[in-house]
Design a protein around this ligand. Sequence first.
Ligand SMILES: [Zn+2]
Length: 66
Amino acid sequence: MYVVITCYKCGQFLLARTGQKTKRCPYCETRLALEKTKKVASAKNAQQALDLVQALKQTRASAHDQ
Ligand SMILES: [Zn+2]
C-alpha cells in the first residue's frame, strides 16, 4: 500500500509506502515524520499512487486559477 501525503514544509504532494516512518521531501529536502504529515489518499500500488498525485496536482492547479 502507498499513501499520498503533503509535505508540511512546502505543501507538495509526495508518495510514501505505508509502514514507512520517515520520508525526505524531494522538493525542499525536509525529513518528514509520516505520522505528522497529512495523508490525502491511499493506493494499492505505485502506479495508482502516481495517478492520484497527478489528479491532485491538476485539481489544485485548476482551483488556483479561479
Ligand atoms: Zn517539501
